[in-house]
Design a protein around this ligand. Structure first.
Ligand code: AP5
Length: 191
């Protein structure tokens, strides 16, 4: 059985950047992982059904619609399973207009059964600056306190994921000027 590693973090923390860096290092060592982006799976269905014009609109959809897209993504990813090592790039929780939506509720965990859940974190002011600097996305503009609260909620909800699956929870810091350190930390978990 391959390893299933779920990598999460609030929008703009740089989880995709850290994953890509780790993939490069692991490939050089001959360690193979497939990476899948959970949001991309959801967006493929949302686009087909004309529910969202871009991926940032999805978190504003009605809660039951998001849950349906989530379920579709989870079973699509589970079907890829097999013996390959997989990294799933996703969210511990999604900030919606009606509150935090669990990114890995029971029906998603049952499909994925991760070995490890990684939380990529850094200081909220750094995340704020990264969001402001990324013109390619329609990111939520929130303050320092609100980003800090989202990171705290992600830790809390991840404890429930560990209780349900027996997975371990790893926190990887992705700080300004210290990207390599974050990448090395993730590599050590994936190796
Ligand atoms: P997704 O595509 O995952 O959106 P996202 O959170 O915005 O993720 P990104 O990949 O855009 O950001 P990132 O944190 O990876 O940062 P990046 O590496 O780009 O999800 C889209 C949507 O799908 C969600 O909004 C949700 O609706 C839905 N979804 C997904 N999973 C779900 C689930 N399980 N349940 C329900 N819905 C779900 O980096 C950002 C910037 O920072 C870049 O400019 C980068 O250069 C810079 N940067 C990175 N690291 C550093 C560093 N160390 N120093 C300085 N700059 C840095």
């Amino acid at each position: 059985m391959g390893k299933k590693v779920v990598v999460t973090g609030v929008p703009g923390v740089g989880k995709t950047t850290v994953i890509n860096g780790a993939m490069e290092k692991l490939a050089a060592e001959g360690v193979e992982y497939k990476t899948v982006n959970f949001g991309t799976f959801m967006f493929e269905v949302a686009k087909k059904e004309n529910l969202a014009a871009d991926r940032d609109e999805m978190r504003k959809l009605e809660k039951d619609v998001q849950k349906r897209l989530q379920q579709a993504a989870a079973s699509g990813i589970a079907a890829m399973g097999g013996d390959a090592n997989i990294i799933i790039d996703t969210h511990s929780s999604v900030k919606t207009p009606t509150g935090f939506l669990a990114g890995l509720p029971e029906w998603v965990l049952r499909e994925l059964m991760p070995d490890i859940v990684v939380l990529v974190e850094t200081d909220p002011d750094q995340i704020l600056m990264r969001r402001l600097g990324d013109a390619s996305r329609a990111r939520d503009m929130e303050g320092f306190r609100s980003i800090a609260e989202h990171q705290e909620f992600n830790r809390a909800v991840s404890a429930a994921y560990a209780m349900y699956t027996g997975c371990t929870i790893k926190i990887v810091r992705n700080e300004n000027f210290l990207l390599e350190q974050g990448i090395d930390d993730l590599v050590s978990v994936l190796r």
